[in-house]
Every structure is written in C-alpha cells, then in structure tokens.
Design a protein around this ligand. Sequence first.
Ligand SMILES: [Zn+2]
Length: 83
Amino acid sequence: MGTPDSNKQKGANMPLTNEQKKKYMETNGCFCSYCGKGDIEGQGLQSDEGSCTGTVYQIVKCNVCKKRWVNLYELIEVMGLEA
Ligand SMILES: [Zn+2]
C-alpha cells in the first residue's frame, strides 16, 4: 500500500519510527505520535482525486508540538440505514 499523495500540501515529511507508529496505532490515534499529548486535531477526510480505492486519509496536527501527520483509513464495514 502506498502512502497518500499528500506531500504537496504537507511540506517536508517528518518520519515516524516504527516504535512511534506502533504506539499510535495501539491507542487508536488518540494521542500525538511525537509528544504523546491528546490535544490533536484532525482535518476532514480526503481521498485522492478520481480514486475509489476504499481508502481515505486525514491530516492531523498536534496543538502542543505543532507537528503534523497523516492517518490512513480503510473501509472495513458497511451497514444499511433506514431511509
Ligand atoms: Zn505533539
């Protein structure tokens, strides 16, 4: 799976270590992967233009250390709703 094409809006990439990623995934993305604080803010979900791949991404920023990163989401379930 490739990374979302978000570099154009993010500027320089700040690589995460595997350790940081693991911790972030284990806490369901509720805490900053860099400083560990919970004061983080996600933008709206986005998808690459014209793609219907079942994946969307979201740029998240930390209000404490000001770092930014990208969450990648995958469609895992669908449920019907009453009209
Ligand atoms: Zn932070």
